[in-house]
Design a protein around this ligand. Sequence first.
Ligand code: SF4
Length: 634
Amino acid sequence: VTTIIPPLPPGVDPLRVLGVDYLNARPLWEAFRGDPRVDLKLAPPSELARALAENEADVGLLPVAAAATMGELRLLRNMALGARGKVRSVAIVSERPIHELDSIALDLSSRTSVVLTRLLLERRKLSPKLFGARPEDAAKAVGDRTGALIIGDPALLLEHRYAHRLDLAQEWFEWTGLPFVFAAWFARPDAVSREQEDLFRIAKQKGLARTDQIAAEHAARSGLEVDSLREYLTASMRYDLGDEELAGLERFWAEAAKAGLLPAVTPSFDEPRVSASRPTLDSILSRAADGERLSASDGVRLMGEGSFFELGLAADAVRRRKHPKDVVTYIVDRNVNYTNVCTTSCRFCAFYRPVGHPEGYVLSREVLGKKLQEVKDAGGVQILLQGGLNPDLRIEWYEDLFRWMKSEYGLGLHALSPEEIIHISQIEELSIRRVLERLHASGLDSVPGGGAEILVDRVRRKIAKAKCSSSEWLEVMRVAHQMGLRSSATMMYGTVDTLEERIQHLVKIRDLQDETGGFTAFFCWDYQHENGTHLPPGENGTHLYLRMQAVARLMLDNVDHVGASWVTQGPAVGQVALRFGADDFGSVMFEENVVSSAGTTFQIGAEAIEKRIHEAGFKATRRNVRYDWLTEPS
Ligand code: SF4
């Protein structure tokens, strides 16, 4: 049978559809191939939410956990990836019964399955240690008392390998009597017309009619048995999204929100639209103050519509709940910029000099030694070492420097932001992991969160073309956290970024934190537009800074600390920031060249910091990079 696909009328753009290159998803998108009405792309599940949020796609086959974090989406009716009972492709495998496990490695490629795992463990009152693993490594972690959450082909390939296997959809069904929905087509509001929605229904019909061929093709590629795959696609997987599935989905969202794993979603499943209903500002604020997870659209509404004082009150409530003793920390350290030579040419940066410029410098050991000694003499505990991307400095230079700093001065080394790590990996042609391993072995203790700016590529391309992408920045942090290194997370807004993009930035930090738990704290500040910068200022000012920090405190429910950015805003604003969610007053600054090159130079010592903290009504204590208290709060 030949299907005649009508061409697109002139001036009409094809619908941008993102599918997932998983076997079980193919029946839903395969028929779009070659259809001019649809621009089909495939992406890993973790990319879909980002692409939808950043308007790079109109519709995505979005995991339902990710959909809950976004809010304000339209769910296309009657199509989903789900199971009623055993699904076979999502399971915890182990050599012992699950209640005897000490730990479980989680394949993090499906956030929905990770949330479901947590819910099912909680229901059984089990609390093994959970740790993330790459999809190809999760099963390798299975040991005497370690199990693994495995997903997709590995779960099918290893179906009969282990003594124990907990099928998550089966377990869910036994608990709730409802099907489980893993993913469904979610669209940006108003992106899909009724006619376009029909395309999805027709594609599904065509795809399901081809399950035999899909199974055969996948068997040839994967080595799995064709009969087993056919049975999987036709009996285990369910592609409908009827009333029962919607009830299962609603229950999952409700259970995950109750456990604090996902934002509360209030779905309204009326035809023809299915979307989260619009909560009131009051309800968002009180949910946030109670520690519930907020969606991206909740964050946008708070930034756009929340009153200044209510945002402050809610953020302060979160700060008090997380840090009930009214103690504000600070650190005695020093920011040393070891070189100003840089190839990135960020338009907001007045500090760097291009390669070969007469004002370019690399600090000598003599100068560095003097600075480090001053830190030691002042009772400092660490050095924050950052610089430009200088192509003349090879990895051995950093290794020698770190070893020397450690052996001579014994200070903590909070060094090299992700951009610098990526730069070293590129000039050395080494993986990020290898670079971090070598630097860690030479003395690197933790990774500063500089260079994040706004983790949205549209913004990054505009403020510095050569900047690493947001996913590259996050990947460095992911690897560092997996190695046990801790880091801060930062945000510089107020260039070309929009309110929505600032919230996306926060969601990305929160998502990675869910995965690794490696961020100790969050700091934000606005772009300092002054001498030598080449970018006109966007939105900025004290009012916006305090709002931004308060919303960050509310959105980042899984990050313990928020630091007041008094270096850019001034100490008095820093004091107010302590009532807008911050519990840390940052660092005693000896110098900070990137900001001070732009003309912003606030410098205060430890005594003055403590005085500021006391004036704001808090006790003060010194901390280290992991936020351990080093002095008795007073
Ligand atoms: S901000 Fe950093 S990466 Fe960008 S130009 Fe300045 S020194 Fe280079």
